[in-house]
Design a protein around this ligand. Structure first.
Ligand code: PGA
Length: 260
């Protein structure tokens, strides 16, 4: 059983540093956050996704319950794939999760739905937790096709995944127009999309699987809007980019996610 299953909880705040921080800055962040974890709510699971070169060291450090995620993972198995790192390697380094399908990977590194689905399968088979990102772009939002886009992404990414395997999968809804733009989805927009995703999971799997799956919001989530977003019943927490770089902001966001 994947260790994530043992202590599955729906409230999650995950940070994604993207390509930011030196190793010394990463160590400093972990040391500050590690200490702060003693005063963080115990009903919120905290995850951080540092750049790949730091994963092994941070996973082996004194992290006081903070889970470690890779920002991406190879679609291939171990073998002759220069430059790739595989789900098995991440597990062997003590990494808990991998982000899969982040819009920046889809847009800047040509990751198609097909590649995303392969990565999901690699992670599940390796026992690595999956943080599956989905989100519509501004054009889709403007034409009102956001639900269709999300559904298509989820159908493809979760093809062949069983409800039992969903215990290792977290979904992150990240409208592309809100990522790094300072423009956040309104609480109503987030609530509507999260409800849609929960219903989709109930149809695709079953009600129990849907209710146990964490659905995180991502896109310019910060201390000033986290409370409002996390009070929406189907918003279980956040995937935080810019605001995760700062430990004080990140702590405030974690506190906002408690007991909703
Ligand atoms: P942001 O990034 O919080 O900086 O908008 C979110 C993400 O891309 O995960």
């Amino acid at each position: 059983m994947h260790k994530y299953q043992i202590s599955k909880m729906r409230n999650i705040v995950a940070g994604n540093w993207k390509s930011n921080k030196s190793i010394n800055e990463a160590r400093e962040w972990m040391s500050v956050m590690g200490e702060a974890m003693d005063s963080m709510p115990n009903d919120v699971r905290v995850i951080i996704a540092p750049p790949a070169p730091y994963l092994s060291e941070l996973a082996g450090s004194d992290r006081n319950g903070i889970l470690i995620a890779a920002q991406q993972v190879s679609a291939f198995s171990d073998g002759a794939y220069t430059g790739e790192f595989t789900a098995n390697m991440l597990v062997s380094c003590g990494v808990d999760f991998a982000l899969v399908g982040h819009s920046e990977r889809r847009a800047d590194f040509n990751e198609s739905d097909e590649i995303v689905a392969k990565k999901v399968r690699r992670c599940i088979d390796a026992g690595l937790g999956v943080m599956l990102c989905c989100g519509e772009n501004l054009a889709s939002r403007d034409e009102g096709s956001q639900e269709t886009v999300i559904k298509e992404q989820l159908i493809s990414a979760l093809e062949g995944v069983s409800s039992e395997e969903m215990t290792g999968v977290v979904v992150a809804y990240e409208p592309i127009w809100a990522i790094g733009t300072g423009r956040t989805a309104s609480a109503d927009q987030a609530a509507e999309m999260h409800r849609f995703i929960r219903h989709y999971l109930a149809d695709r799997f079953d009600a129990d699987t849907a209710s146990k799956t964490s659905i995180l919001y991502g896109g310019s989530c910060k201390p000033s809007n986290a409370d409002e977003l996390f009070t929406c019943s189907d918003v279980d927490g956040g995937l935080i980019g810019g605001a995760s770089l700062d430990t004080a902001d990140f702590q405030l966001i974690i506190k906002s996610d408690s007991s909703y």
